[in-house]
Design a protein around this ligand. Structure first.
Ligand code: GAL
Length: 747
């Protein structure tokens, strides 16, 4: 029978790599995977620090269970150039930092101790995509995803591909292709049995077939009472596959869903219904440890996209991301645009071949995810390259005829080899360029971008970003403009039925090279900061959800008389899905509905208080007495939400909020903690930038420094389990506030 066990514990790690010592265990630092080769400061660091070679070693003791079976290690990913050795002999090399690879150990394992050595080269090797040019993100070195020890019968199931058909018909069908691995080239005669199961594990149908070759396909037809995978109710199914040959039994499973998804010239359609896509781009990066965050942090990001930001799509810019993230997108109903690694630069012929292999690796890893609705098969924002992209598209369609392809570009009139014209449209802000001579435009007309005379399936894959970098502690006016730009583009996308949707740049701020960002190695392009703490712009997205899901009312202000230029708080945007918002300030009371004049297409336009409702004298003259403000949101004439902001904010309390109150002890699990400095009305003290210190007792450690400074009255960190079970006491102290403690449990 198959066994797949985590192989993450008890590695040693050292800087550098010496080929002469390959077969010998060397001293090193004990580490657990996922692991980053170099922990970086929050900002202002030298990104060259990790661009070199590192060695990981681990002893694998012979186990009688290995006898007569296939034994291998699965690396979910390692950045960037990995070579795996067993007892000094090379077993596999992998030149892609984002996809899994398997080191086959069968037949080479000794009785007693076996030494696994992994060389990781974190250099930006120009032979490996995305490298060769400059890239606006970091590719942190290390074995940064999980590693697994896999044992199977000599003939086993290599991969499973599930394709659904006639999904919209009453009676549905499923085709299940089982690819067979037979590295020893044995006679592979046997049977394959596939059982179709519902989410609760109940068997719905089963089928069996003989097999002798590399692959066998079984079909289930006339399936009734099947539920769709929908965003609100993402019902999943699974297939259990059992392969029986003379060499033993192997079992494997795949999860999938019944849904249709298509990008058309009239917009995106999910399960036969039009759906405007509203999303953000995500890098898989975290402060300090870069890519090396495990399952719960990956899942949490998906949750934040869906439940905090209320997006319905995420683009995995610019590479295949963690399976934990994608699995969770399947479970919670969040659509995904996944793409191959790359950024603007196209390398030589061999580089392109590697990129084409990346298309295969991405699709073969991820073809069963119902959440994935499009494959990105161009190097993000590269120039046209006919033969290269004709091949990536051909291969994607051959491997997976059920999904459309896209290829993200920023050049206009680029050759459309994909099914969907996917465009990074950064026109908003161009009016500020010298000699631009154009009015402020949120998005270019589709046909101006495509250069075609007809509408085609069309999706905006980026906007915002470098056109208006905005920090969580930036001046209110800048943050209000950041909000406005996200609003304007979403409004334009909602207003044009030929646009499938818009995916903003980006979910959160990220570390980058010195060629980009604010010089401190951060691109402040997020609607959240690096700890995933929302900036005002996050509520542009959040407020588009229906009030039945959550009532959102976020005034875009810190409520201060002299924070904006000249003073006052006008125009004051309130991001909300309420029907009306009432503002009460001193003796003034004003209740307003959504600003449909400027944002007529948004599901929930903001309420905007400006000169149309108040005179500047009424709300905001410099030097007058400043008073508290009350906001009340109304739905159907009834008050449903209140917010009160004080005119004289003072440090009042420290808020320490954990995403969960327990962690898994054994998996170096993490939990995110956000700390906020609050005033009397529980508003964040927007410019309190003092230090806090963090103390942990029990089986957990703080990732990153234990003394950190607030940035705009907020900061965050991740606690990581150290392996043992028990209770964890977290204490956050600051000279200004009473200390706060929090109890968590490592289970
Ligand atoms: C795009 C690019 C992104 C990011 C963004 C910043 O050109 O695709 O990766 O750099 O600009 O706005």
């Amino acid at each position: 029978m198959r066994s797949v066990a985590a192989f993450n514990e008890s590695w040693t790690f050292r800087e550098g790599f010496s080929p002469e010592n390959l077969g010998r265990a060397q001293d090193g630092q004990p580490v657990t995977l996922p692991h980053t080769a170099v922990e970086l400061p929050f900002n202002y660091f030298d990104e060259k620090a990790y661009q070199r070679a590192f060695t990981y070693q681990k002893v694998l003791n012979w186990d009688e269970a290995f006898a007569g079976r296939e034994v291998s290690l699965i690396f979910d990913a390692a950045m960037a150039d990995a070579v795996v050795y067993l007892n000094g002999e090379e077993t596999v090399a992998h030149k892609d930092g984002y996809t899994p690879f398997e080191a086959r150990l069968t037949g080479r394992l000794k009785k007693g101790e076996n030494l696994i050595t992994v060389k990781i080269d974190g250099s930006e090797n120009p032979q490996i995509p995305p490298f060769g040019g400059r890239i606006d993100y970091l590719t942190y070195a290390g074995i940064y995803r999980d590693v697994w020890l896999k044992l199977t019968a000599p003939v086993s199931i290599a991969n499973i591909k599930v394709e659904t058909a006639e999904v919209l018909a009453e009676r549905k069908s499923v085709r299940v292709r089982c690819d067979i691995a037979n590295p020893q080239k044995l006679s592979a005669k046997g049977t394959v049995k596939v059982t179709l199961r519902s989410q609760d594990g109940a068997a719905l149908a089963s089928a069996e077939a003989d097999t002798a070759g590399e692959s066998v396909t079984l079909s289930f037809n006339d399936l009734t009472e099947i539920s769709f995978w929908q965003l609100e109710n993402p019902v999943l199914y699974s297939v259990d596959v059992e392969l029986v040959t003379d060499h033993g039994v192997d079992r494997h499973a795949a999860t999938f869903g019944f849904r249709t998804a298509s990008f058309t010239a009239e917009g995106f359609v999910l399960n036969g219904k039009a759906l405007k896509l509203r999303g953000l781009n995500r890098h898989q990066a975290f402060p300090y440890v870069g890519y090396a965050m495990g399952r719960s942090a990956q899942e949490r990001d998906a949750e934040i996209m869906k439940h905090t930001l209320k997006c319905n799509i995420v683009r995995t810019s610019h590479y295949p991301q963690s399976k934990w993230f994608l699995d969770h997108c399947d479970r919670i109903g969040l659509l995904v645009f996944e793409e191959i690694p790359g950024w603007q630069h196209i390398g030589d012929e061999e580089w392109q071949q590697e990129s084409i292999r990346n298309v295969r690796r991405m699709i073969e890893r991820d073809w069963n995810h119902p959440s994935i609705v499009i494959w990105g098969v161009r190097i993000n924002e590269s120039q046209d390259s006919h033969d290269f992209y004709a091949e990536t598209n051909r291969l994607a369609r051959e491997l997976d005829p059920t999904r459309q392809t896209g290829g993200v570009r920023y050049i206009t009139e680029s050759e459309l080899l994909e099914d969907v014209y996917t465009m990074n449209d950064f026109i908003l802000g161009n009016e500020e360029l010298p000699g631009a001579n154009r009015p402020r435009t949120p998005l270019r007309p589709q046909q101006e971008n495509t250069g075609l005379s007809r509408d085609v399936p069309y999706l905006i894959t980026e906007f915002g970003g470098h056109m208006y970098p905005t920090k969580i502690y930036d001046q209110e006016q800048r943050q209000a403009e950041h909000v406005r730009r996200h609003l304007e583009v979403l409004n334009a996308a909602y207003g044009d039925p030929s646009i499938s949707g818009a995916i903003g740049w980006c979910m959160f701020d990220y570390n980058t090279h010195s060629d980009f960002g604010s010089g401190d190695r951060i691109c402040y392009h997020g609607v959240m900061d690096m700890f995933r703490e929302p900036k005002f712009a996050a509520y542009v997205y959040a407020s588009q959800c229906e009030p039945s899901e959550e009532i959102v009312m976020k005034p875009v202000t810190i409520w201060a008389r002299g924070e904006r230029n000249i003073g006052g708080a006008l125009p004051l945007t309130v991001l909300t899905n309420c029907d009306e918002v009432e503002l009460r300030y001193g003796s003034l009371t004003k209740r307003l509905g959504p600003d449909r004049e400027n944002f007529s297409h948004l599901p929930h336009p903001p309420v905007v208080f400006d000169h149309r409702s108040f005179t500047p004298d009424e709300l905001g003259v410099w030097g007058m007495e400043w008073e508290d403000v009350h906001f009340t949101g109304y739905i159907g004439g009834k008050p449903v939400v209140e917010q009160y902001m004080v005119a004289n904010p003072l440090p009042t309390s420290l808020e320490v909020e954990a995403d969960a109150d327990s962690l898994h002890a054994g998996e170096r699990d993490t939990v995110r903690i956000i700390v906020r400095a609050l005033d009397q009305a529980r508003s964040r003290l927007a410019f309190l930038n003092e230090a806090i210190s963090i103390k942990v007792d029990g089986p957990a450690r703080v990732i990153g420094p234990e003394t950190v400074a607030f940035q705009g009255g907020t900061t965050g960190f991740w606690l990581q389990a150290t392996g043992e079970t028990g209770s964890i006491k977290l204490e956050v102290a600051s000279p200004r506030f009473a200390s706060q403690s929090l109890s968590l449990t490592a289970k």
